[in-house]
Design a protein around this ligand. Sequence first.
Ligand SMILES: Cc1cc2nc3c(=O)[nH]c(=O)nc-3n(C[C@H](O)[C@H](O)[C@H](O)COP(=O)(O)OP(=O)(O)OC[C@H]3O[C@@H](n4cnc5c(N)ncnc54)[C@H](O)[C@@H]3O)c2cc1C
Length: 476
Amino acid sequence: MAHCLTTYCGVRTRQLVSDIVTEIAAIVGEARLLTGNAVAERVTSFWNDAPMQGIALALPQTTEHVAAILRCCNARNQTVVTQGGLTNCVAAAEPGSSDVVLSLEKMNRIVEIDAVGSTAVVEAGAILQNVQEAVAAEGLRFPLDLGARGSCTIGGNIATNAGGINVLRYGMMRNLVLGLEAVLADGTVISSMNRMMKNNAGYDVKQLFIGTEGTLGVVTQAVLRLFPQPASQHCALVAIENFDSVTNFLLRLQQQMADSLSAFEIMWGDYYQAVTGEGGHRAPLSRDYPFYVVFEVEGSDSGSDARRFEGVLEQALADKLIVDAVIPKSAAESRDIWNIREEFDAVLEPEPVYLYDVSLPLRAMEDYVARVKANVAARWPDGQCYTFGHMADGNLHFFVAPNEQGNFHNESDKCVYEPLTAVGGSVSAEHGIGTDKMKWLSHSRSEAEIDLMRLLKQSLDPKNLLNPGRVLGVSL
Ligand SMILES: Cc1cc2nc3c(=O)[nH]c(=O)nc-3n(C[C@H](O)[C@H](O)[C@H](O)COP(=O)(O)OP(=O)(O)OC[C@H]3O[C@@H](n4cnc5c(N)ncnc54)[C@H](O)[C@@H]3O)c2cc1C
């Protein structure tokens, strides 16, 4: 199958741009359409503080606004880049100078929380942390959780099929969305606001918009799955002497804590040392160990859960699976431990620094990481390769820091991705492809899979106007 679309827009005439701006202003109101400096005053993303580009930035307030904007853009072959909280790690929502930017930030209402049905209806621009807090106030839990919780949006979480720290117990975003509403490139509204766990009536169309990075439609609302708040939550930071003990400790927890284990996050010693260095986080454990794990267990009986948790840790220490441990005594201490894992400012300087998000089988992990580190050391003798991640999901992150001025993205990619093929890994566990990883997609997906992706894109967005150049490239 070979599809070639030629409608990816380049330079637009002044008149056309002016018509589009006028029409979108009439849809959303002048106050909710930014142009010129008002666009450039915004930063491009969490990772890129260059001024935002784009011919205009629209702030719709309703699904009807989104549909009308997309109809207008479709009629004029105008490309559109959709934005949520701009925290994605693959340059997926960075507009070019000829794009219309569609930000969902004003569509941020929590429409309904149904405690009996364990569902919440939220608009796509709702910030994840606000959703978590609103349902917690009703004694419920929305378990998607990640370091960007204070900025990322439900629409962005859906579009990226976000993962985070609780995937082990609750699954990725795909498992947490019961229904959604989305608008297609031509302005058609697809309402699939299912609230039930089971619905096999034909194709499950919501899946078209989950993990497809805004290339097939703009998500405007969703029905989320909620869970009871656990009665107890216990976490610990432990130090471990070797990788075999890390995997054995994980197996031990999975056996003894059954499905109450909700998080198991690994940090290689180099990452822990860097983020607990001068001016960084306080180090609750010595900084000399090769591996550290933060893990969390949830339960339904606070008294017996605590005894069981401490018992399992004591036994792991006695068996030398772990060599040191710290159990936080308050929510603040617990937050401090999680911050070591989640706040990594210390490794982001000096630039450039490249972030990776791979997944691979656990049994191949130790050798694969050694290979990547060796590749980085061979290319940049003064460089660093910090390693951490959601280990129980087979998901690792690297920050590759060449410690040298220049653009080394491609070389750094090779250090990380080339050894992945042999172990059957994926170039994206949870961040997606965006524009950053497009040329590596074929390392993780077959030609037939990519052809099918193209076919879907061509069917739903034949003019290639939604987030063009993401995932599949500029021409289809
Ligand atoms: C500190 C930090 C920690 C992170 N940790 C994790 C982690 O543990 N796990 C993880 O998975 N990710 C993580 N991320 C990445 C990021 O937070 C997620 O990818 C998140 O889901 C992006 O949401 P967003 O609202 O910021 O989306 P954006 O960055 O704005 O957009 C992401 C993509 O979704 C599209 N999009 C946004 N909104 C919509 C919509 N309404 N309809 C259609 N398409 C849309 C955009 O066009 C773009 O392609 C982390 C990021 C940071 C900065």
